[in-house]
Ligand binder design. Structure first.
Ligand code: NAP
Ligand code: G3P
Length: 471
């Protein structure tokens, strides 16, 4: 049983009530964190504001020194951190460990890129102003808010936190409820690393209770949010700052245009759709192909899906219980709707509480909810269409536009299709995927606003400051 506290101004916060964290594997309480009041949240912002200028003035090298110790502590404690992640979000232990290691690498690369940033030097002579010599440097925006989702609770937190802090901002960080144990543990390690007071503050509590209070705070200079479309849109409406980066949901299509290399395509599709039980924003969430190709592809998918293991995170099963019962109910509802309208399930289609077996749903049509909604679980629809034109049309008819993948041997044709797909990134002959973390990562339409990725996040948490010398 974990017992963690929120952390404000390097103090651990006692609260009258605690937030209970439920282990997805067993649905029992596995820990508690502080449930903060509005006053305590306000205090976090005041602490962040007070500390900001001092932290910025410390200079990049000193900030990196401080943050580097934190990074080392993450690495030293990686087994413990992975166990917390496994327990509170039901991720297989090995994958949780990979997440922690990826996060440490993310920090290292962030610090390196921050050091490599060069000011923009402009000679006015080129623009008819020979007396002007300008230097534009990236400087901190001030006080930021980072709000992260449950599914990559350390990686999607640090990918906001590290760039913001290294560039001289201070932060109020709100982890997802399922993700608060690791979020609060990050706070403890920050204090242990000697990061000065007020720089990094962890506020815990349910989003629906404290979320508005957080994002409406007048001290906020910028917000970085990753989560669902509904919460993201609500945040845009109520937030005090309009400087917002949103990374939201997806309905990434896998578009299969020929049958030349189906074994490889099937491997990519199964791993893209079912890793972490489909609880990835970048998961493949629909397959678009022709009847003829589907007839050959589907048996390969069935065979591979039937080889996936179903069970416990501690045993590193491929498919583990979903984050909670409500999420499982939603996936189940989408499968039921598809079946009621004529689709056929070829694998899985069974459920015990929040554990759903990997379910391939064939003959899904555009009349079914599974064609359009994001299950965030192990249900993959096959949509059989008549032509490549139809595949592009159905791909683009979605309100989402995170990523897509196109599979075919004719690369020129695949690129031509990619150019017509409305999404942030299109992978050719490979599953949709956020990484490597150095790549820009973005969604269009309802999938997001603004760009992440190490270099891009550094830009999003800074602004230019120009100094122009007039001779
Ligand atoms: P979520 O329910 O939207 O929650 C995301 C975060 O918002 C959590 O910290 C949540 O706290 C908080 N929140 C809830 N209500 C709020 C409010 N009124 N104001 C401010 N914050 C509030 O999403 P999730 O279930 O954790 O994550 C799954 C979704 O995230 C999927 O749609 C997935 O596609 C998307 N996602 C996108 C990306 C990307 O980079 N594009 C990456 C990962 C996930 P509580 O947990 O306390 O409610
Ligand atoms: O939804 C989380 C997503 O960001 C996971 O990362 O690189 O596996 O797509 P990746």
């Amino acid at each position: 049983m974990y017992k963690f506290k929120a952390m404000i101004n390097n103090k651990f916060i006692e609260t009258k009530t605690q937030l209970e964290i439920i282990n997805p594997d067993g649905l029992e309480v596995c820990g508690t964190v502080s449930a903060l009041s509005k006053e305590q949240i306000n205090h976090a912002f005041l602490a962040a504001r007070q500390a900001q200028k001092r932290w910025e003035k410390l200079g990049l090298d000193e900030r990196i020194k401080s943050l580097n110790r934190w990074k080392e502590l993450l690495l030293e404690n990686k087994a413990e951190l992975a166990t917390i992640i496994m327990t509170e979000v039901g991720k297989g232990y090995k994958d949780a460990l990979v997440e922690v290691e990826r996060t440490v690498e993310y920090m290292a690369e962030t610090f390196m890129q921050a050091k490599d940033l060069q000011p923009l030097k402009l000679d006015g002579a080129k623009y008819g102003a020979p007396n002007k010599q300008a230097t534009f440097t990236r400087v901190a925006k001030g006080v930021g808010v980072a709000i992260s989702p449950f599914n990559y609770p350390i990686n999607l937190a640090i990918s906001k936190i590290a760039p913001a802090l290294v560039m001289g901002n201070t932060l109020v960080f709100k982890p997802a409820t399922q993700g608060s144990l690791i979020g609060a543990r990050l706070g403890e390690l920050a204090v242990e690393a000697g990061i000065p007071e007020g720089i990094f503050n962890v506020v815990t509590g349910r989003g629906r209770e404290i979320g508005d209070e957080i994002v409406k705070n007048p001290e906020i200079d910028f917000i970085s949010f990753t989560g669902s479309v509904g919460v993201g849109k609500h945040l845009l409406e109520v937030a005090s700052s309009k400087d917002v980066v949103l990374e939201l949901g997806g309905k990434d299509p896998a578009i299969v245009i020929d049958a030349d290399n189906l074994e490889k395509y099937a491997n990519e599709i199964v791993s893209g759709a079912f890793s972490y039980s489909g609880q990835r924003c970048t998961a493949i969430k629909r397959v678009l192909t022709t009847n003829e190709i589907a007839d050959q592809l589907v048996p390969l998918l069935v065979k591979k899906i039937n080889n996936l293991t179903v069970g416990k995170p501690a045993d590193n099963a491929d498919i583990t219980p979903l984050i909670d019962l409500k999420s499982a109910d939603f996936v189940w509802e989408l499968i039921a709707d598809a079946k009621a309208k004529g689709a056929i399930t070829l694998t899985g289609d069974s459920r015990v509480a929040n554990l759903i077996t990997p379910t391939l749903v064939d003959h899904v049509t555009t009349e079914m909810r599974l064609a359009w909604e994001e299950p965030f679980g192990p249900a993959l629809p096959i949509i059989r269409l008549n032509s490549i034109e139809e595949m592009i049309k159905v791909a683009n008819a979605s309100n989402f536009g995170l990523q897509a993948s196109v599979y075919g041997t004719n690369i020129d044709q695949a690129i031509e299709i990619a150019q017509q797909i409305e999404a942030g990134t299109i992978n050719i002959n490979g599953k949709s995927q956020r990484g490597p973390d150095q790549f820009p990562f973005l969604g269009v339409k309802d999938s997001g606003f603004g760009t992440q990725g190490i270099g891009e996040t550094i830009l999003s948490v800074t602004r230019y400051k120009g100094i122009v010398i007039n001779n």
